[in-house]
Design a protein around this ligand. Structure first.
Ligand code: NAD
Length: 312
């Protein structure tokens, strides 16, 4: 099958070419994001593959469908960048990578300043960790934190028996806010979770608590986060995702004037760690992501059931 791969990075191309030997798809790589300005590149491709910051909204899907696209395969777990209702109406199937490596971890780099001032940490043991979203990643995170001797509490719209087996205790949002020393976000970005962490939420958290977001930038109202950091209500922020990341992440901007004042303000705090959407970036996770994506395209081409189809 002819496949147009948008946001295709160098590290992916090499691996995809190797993995594709067993599938024999015709893979065409595009550096660019899929967006209204670039969607014409996909004309004539029955399958299109995207990543987290591509824009697969209703308008783009309409043009994809008009150009003959019947399958959109996102090389990610999250699918908030895709308008699923529009895809369904247009008869375009959507697949994702439901399960890869929830163990993949971000590695954090600091600039060449090895001064200890401002770097005083705290022991995890005895701390309370609040997990918002106890799915595959949230539960894996809970297991790790329980291993550090933390008390783990969680909030989710559903329940994971595994989370409870690990000693996690379900609480309501207000209790999680009031008790957690560390809050980690692991729910998907949906209309219900957009800015789930806003000024009101932050006002209800324990003073000096630490907020971690490796899920999607849109979960946090960043301006409210900055205010909470300034007042000390938030003791630290560690984020791998940022609401406006589409124009920043996955590219080298070292010779560019970055016009986004919010991110510049964020990185000016000594108690903020910002990484460029790289929590997934381990050899194991990337291998599974690409393997699963090619297998889904092969299943689609052969008319087999799609195990990773996202249905609305
Ligand atoms: P998952 O579907 O297994 O778990 C998501 C959990 O969130 C589910 O238990 C669900 O019930 C819960 N949830 C949904 N709506 C909620 C709400 N309103 N409030 C509280 N909980 C809610 O997904 P996962 O594999 O654990 O991935 C979680 C998210 O992590 C993905 O949606 C994606 O956005 C993000 N992610 C980021 C990276 C990265 O590189 N930074 C990599 C993979 C996934």
């Amino acid at each position: 099958m002819r496949v147009a791969l948008f946001s295709a990075k160098k590290y992916e191309r090499k691996l995809l070419d190797e993995l594709n030997a067993g599938h024999r798809h015709e893979l065409v790589y595009f550096d660019t994001l899929l967006e209204p300005e670039t969607v014409s590149l996909a004309a004539g491709f029955p399958a299109v593959s995207v990543f987290t910051n591509d824009n697969v909204d209703g308008g783009v899907l309409k043009r994809l469908a008009a150009g003959g696209t019947k399958l959109v395969a996102t090389r990610s777990t999250g699918f908030n960048q895709i308008d699923l209702c529009a895809a369904k109406q247009l008869g375009v199937k959507v697949v994702r990578v439901t399960d890869y490596s929830p163990n993949s971890v971000a590695e954090f780099a600091r600039e060449g300043n090895f001064e200890l001032d401002g770097l005083m940490g705290f022991d995890f043991v005895g701390r309370t960790v609040g997990v918002m979203g106890t799915g595959k990643i949230g539960t894996t995170f809970a297991r790790i934190m329980a291993g550090f001797g933390c008390t783990v509490i969680g909030y989710d719209v559903g329940r994971s028996p595994r989370f409870e087996e690990l000693g996690g205790q379900y609480v309501d949002v207000a209790t999680l806010q009031g008790e957690a020393d560390i809050i980690s976000l692991h729910c998907p970005l949906t209309p219900q979770t957009h800015h789930i962490v806003d000024a009101r939420f932050l006002a209800g958290t324990k003073k000096g608590s630490l907020l971690v977001n490796t899920s999607r930038g849109g979960l946090i109202d960043t301006e409210a986060g900055i205010e909470a950091l300034k007042s000390g209500q938030l003791g630290g922020l560690a984020i791998d995702v940022y609401e406006q990341e589409a124009s920043l992440f996955f590219r080298d901007l070292s010779n560019t004037v970055i016009p986004d004042d919010v991110i510049q303000r964020l990185v000016s705090f000594p108690n903020v760690i910002l990484t460029g959407h790289q929590a997934f970036f381990t050899r194991e996770a990337v291998g599974t992501i690409l393997d699963t994506t090619l297998a889904s395209i092969s299943d689609f081409a052969a008319g087999r059931p799609l195990a990773n189809e996202i249905k609305v």
